[in-house]
Design a binder for this molecule. Structure first.
Ligand code: SAM
Length: 236
């Protein structure tokens, strides 16, 4: 069943124009059909009472809790859009609550804040659609673009920096996840990897350098793999 993020103001259920189009023209829903709506982190079963103009009423709350118990943040470097869009979609499915883009020395893509704001429109749409598809109650927040030193203000209770020079080293992400019930963040480097002094800066900030195994993963694979391992432990 399709799910849509809506706003509910004084009982009035408001959809985005794009969602109204989806319901009317793509899904070709009819009066009496059910859809799921989400507002303020709560999901509801709704029934269509009028298709044009679109009107729905709430049948009952949906009590499935699809969110992770604790916040999961991904710090991801500026990369080509296809990689960024793939990571946003997968990080959303894996339960991330924040996806924070940062710039560092070996990023192949340079974006100023204005240029990022334009990309963020599409990135937010991808996050919303992925959250609807996987029946989440929240859409991850897309934040950017930070310099490494600004990352400090987005730290979690536990923060891991995936460091390729530790590849296969004993300091493995798996070993670090015994206490799975605290907010966690993961930062991965760009295609060219982290500079050593960037890792030092992150470790001084409170990140723990970990290996993601013996192979050198692409940055998008590292992000998806690392979030998979962390969210596996965080699922109740
Ligand atoms: N240029 C680096 C090299 O050739 O060694 C590879 C960087 S890798 C493509 C991009 C990022 O993924 C790294 O900065 C790191 O954060 C993460 N990564 C990839 N494989 C990893 C591993 N086995 N252990 C820890 N981090 C890894």
């Amino acid at each position: 069943m399709q799910r849509y993020f809506v706003s509910i103001d004084n009982g009035i259920i408001r959809f985005l124009e794009s969602d109204i189009f989806h319901i009317q023209k793509v899904m070709r829903n009819k009066v009496g059909d059910n859809i799921q709506i989400v507002s303020d982190g709560k999901a509801y079963l709704a029934e269509i009472s009028s298709i044009n103009p679109l009107e729905v009423f709430i049948v009952n709350p949906i009590l499935n809790e699809s969110e992770l118990e604790k916040e999961l943040t991904l710090f991801f470097p500026l990369t080509k859009s296809d990689k960024a869009e793939l990571v946003i979609q997968k990080a959303t499915e894996l339960g991330a609550s924040k996806i924070v883009f940062f710039r560092c020395k070996r990023c192949v893509i340079k974006l100023d804040d204005e240029a990022f704001k334009k990309k963020a429109i599409r990135y937010n749409t991808i996050a919303k659609e992925a959250a609807e598809q996987c029946h989440r109650n929240k859409i991850p927040e897309i934040i950017g673009v930070l310099n490494i030193k600004d990352i400090f203000s987005y730290l979690s209770s536990r923060n891991f920096v995936a460091y390729e020079l530790l590849a296969g080293n004993t300091t493995n992400l798996y070993d670090e996840l015994k206490d799975n019930s605290i907010s966690t963040s993961l930062i991965v480097g760009p295609e060219g990897g982290f500079e050593e002094k960037e890792v030092d800066e992150l470790v001084n900030m409170g990140f723990k350098a970990v290996s993601l195994g013996k192979r050198i993963l692409r940055c998008e694979t590292a992000a998806i793999y690392g979030l998979s391992v962390i969210s596996f432990f965080m699922e109740k």
